[in-house]
Design a protein around this ligand. Structure first.
Ligand code: SF4
Ligand code: SF4
Ligand code: SF4
Length: 358
């Protein structure tokens, strides 16, 4: 079992599409230590934490103390952290090297300034230039995380190209398809065109010494090549979320919803509640039964379903449409790359997918 540590909902930025409350709650060192103890109690060998916010680097001292405390446990801990990058510095990157914290930087490429601003409305593109260099010098395989909305979809491929040329080889795109995000047939067609352009870039760079590893595609190609299902959700068991106050919830979207609280870092996990929630997440999704790509689609993500439809067992039409487009584009690319060098493709996909902490 891995855990997501929601260190704070606070952030120094004010991104256009951010859905967080930005309340000032912050995890204390005491709670972070208790989370480490909890992790040791429930795990035999694998100990994984996803360090999440808001902006987790607002709590860099807590992260430092947490990882130091975990290191005393004589067990192997691994960490992932998603940051907006603005507070990255050499000290933290040295800590990340020492404690095996893999960092992903959120960056929207050429439209960064339009969507990802500081609280006083300034763009963050220029500020991040030196941070990108710093990050890639320490972690050349760091991931860039792009978010795309209906009004930026036309710049998606150009932004991926920019991120690639700027030094990132591993890039992921999150689609903002919340119910109010306005996706329709026209914007979905644009999305498909953009995926096709990114596929061209992946093909062009495949034999270079730094091939583009576009994670939206590699994850889907892997489900085909290795015949592994896209996700096995295991809600409440796979990767519970720990709130700043130490309360434990089944996953990100259920944070702070009292009816889904399943314990806290001090008293441990209420197993009965956990199993009740686990079973809720296992309900079959009627509209997906018999779908040819069921095993390769993210339809089983209870979080996403809950966020978009208010129900764990109901998939939003926009998500279904997106999965069909993505899998189609990934398969076209996968077929081409397979012909070019099947072994290289297998190696690339195997390294990128299913590495544990979400
Ligand atoms: S950096 Fe992340 S948490 Fe901060 S405002 Fe942007 S989307 Fe929200
Ligand atoms: S698939 Fe979705 S709900 Fe399930 S553990 Fe992963 S993020 Fe959470
Ligand atoms: S969400 Fe759509 S594409 Fe995915 S399994 Fe269900 S019916 Fe198939």
């Amino acid at each position: 079992m891995n855990f997501t540590l929601h260190l704070t909902a606070d952030c120094n930025l004010c991104c256009h599409y951010c859905y967080l409350t930005h309340d000032k709650s912050r995890m204390t060192e005491k709670t972070a230590f208790a989370a480490v103890d909890l992790c040791c109690r429930y795990n035999q060998d694998k100990h994984g934490f996803s360090l999440f916010g808001g902006e987790p680097l607002l709590l860099a001292p807590v992260i430092e103390r947490l990882t130091e405390y975990a290191a005393q446990k004589d067990k192997l801990f691994t960490y992932k952290m998603t940051t907006n990058g603005t507070l990255l510095n050499e000290d933290f990157l040295r800590l990340a090297d020492k404690r095996r914290i893999s960092i992903a930087m959120s960056h929207d490429g050429i439209i960064q300034d339009a969507k990802r601003k500081t609280r006083d409305g300034k763009g963050t593109f220029e500020l991040l230039q030196s941070k990108i260099d710093m990050l890639l010098a320490h972690q050349p395989m760091a991931i860039a995380m792009q978010t795309v909305t209906t009004d930026t979809v036309s710049d998606m491929a150009e932004s991926v190209r920019w991120l690639y040329e700027r030094g990132f080889t591993r890039i992921n795109t999150a689609i903002d398809y919340r119910t109010d995000a306005g996706w329709d047939d026209e914007s979905m067609d644009k999305l498909k065109e953009q995926y096709q352009l990114i596929a061209e870039l992946a093909q062009q760079t495949f034999f270079s010494n730094r091939p583009l590893r576009y994670l939206n595609f590699t994850s889907k190609i892997t489900t085909h090549l290795l015949s592994r299902p896209c996700i096995q959700c295991k809600l409440g068991v796979r990767q519970p979320s720990i709130a700043p106050d130490g309360s434990i919830y089944p996953c990100n979207q259920f944070l702070n919803l009292p009816e889904y609280r399943m314990g806290d870092v001090y008293g441990g996990i209420d197993r009965e509640k956990q199993m009740e929630i686990f079973n809720m997440g296992r309900k079959p999704i009627k509209s997906c039964i018999g779908c040819a790509i069921e095993e390769r689609c993210r339809h089983a993500c209870s979080c996403l379903n809950f966020q978009l439809t208010g129900r764990m067992d109901t998939v939003a039409p926009v998500q279904c449409a997106h999965e069909r487009i993505l899998i189609g584009c990934a398969d076209d690319l996968g077929e081409k790359l397979h012909k070019m060098d099947a072994k290289k493709l297998m190696h690339m996909c195997g390294a990128d997918a299913f590495d544990g902490i979400e």
